[in-house]
Design a protein around this ligand. Sequence first.
Ligand code: C2O
Ligand code: CU
Length: 474
Amino acid sequence: MNARTSAARAARAALVALPLFANACGSEPDAAPQDPTLIFGPTPAVDEDRRADVVAVSLRATSTTLEVAPGLSGAFTTYSGKLPGPLIRAKRGDTLRVHFENTLDEPTTIHWHGVRVPNSMDGAPDVSQPPVPPGGTFDYAFQLPDAGLFWYHPHYDSVKGLGGGMYGALLVSDPAEPSDIGDEVVLVLSDASLDDAGSATASTPDLKTLLAGREGSTLLVNGKVYPTLQATPGRRQRWRVLNAARSRYFKLGLSGHAFTLIGGDGGLNGQVSEVAEPLIVPGERLDLVITPKGDPGERIDLMSVAYSRGMPLAPSKPEALLQVELVAGSPSSAATLPALPSNVRALDTSGASSVAISLTTSADSGELQMGINGVPFGESEPIHAKVLDTQVWEVENKTPYSHPFHLHGFFFQPLDDSDVPLEPIAQKDTLDIGPLSRRRFVVSYDDRPGMWMFHCHILDHAEAGMMGMIHLAH
Ligand code: C2O
Ligand code: CU
């Protein structure tokens, strides 16, 4: 141990011995078990309803000029002028009401990605909800049956919408979870490109760009370039991470640290697992715990490490997303992660019917055409299912690059080739399907009939036709 380190350790020990220090900062994690303290995240939405089990917020789609880094401003389309949109917080079982107003000069909708909403609240134009016209309003109202990090975004011209800044997170906490998992952090990852006119809305792309999907040149965490997150050595943080980018994959690396993966899209996993460099694909969420290591004053970059999502796309370059700055303070009261009350059980696949689809592309016409089973969305027929059915799906990617497959309205559990659940058992709504590979999963439908979409969450691919529908009937 060098002199600098031991001096820093001594300083830290002195601060640890002063518990009032942490209280004065308001950072004690167990102050309100139902509403864990959020130490870092997007601007929270205001709850306009005083009832304990109702959260009511207003969201307005609007054009806004924002500064994403000192000296770097641009014209974004946002929810309520914020990038990301306001962070909505609720508890499992609450009712969420959202008064939505569209002040843009084109139609839009809100899709509640991952939330098991009634079909009429799902925000898919022509499938479940008519678009909200310019100047129009819509009142969303539904229960939040699951805990986890969910998100909202438009489902109308969504490449433009998300690229322009329309995305926000919905954090549903679970009062049954222990309060000392870690200090809550929400990280909404995205990217943006400001064109010469300072607009975040991308111009007309060429075929090669569409094949990869449009990526922004600037990485954003909670709408900022390279922000600083403070962390205390030995004091656990629970990172709820959302990939809200249109196309970019993020593989996360934090030098000297491993991540404990505790959950994802649909709440806690069946098991806790260690991951060195977790991958998060567009649309997906990760629930990670880190125990910061090092000495106060040290700074560690959270990296987006190099990653290749297949041919012929260029691998991403390593880039810093966020700076973790170590500061003195008190460590977590218990040195080990508390036992987690996961209620995820492996779904029974006996008696399940099977569905096999493939993700396809063709470029004959000089125009990018993507599809499901060779058929673009506009010409596709729905897959049929009955409420309370269980289906085992096999999704085969016939292209040499990855696709993040997303199913609306329902969670599914990934399986191996012999239909054994993959561990950790996870409730997913978004799953990476690697180049020229296949993934199997089981989905069990509850009683929410209607037309539900599935699609690639690289939104240029969805727009090029890689979307389909499930017709769920009684
Ligand atoms: Cu997050 Cu249909 O998408
Ligand atoms: Cu795709």
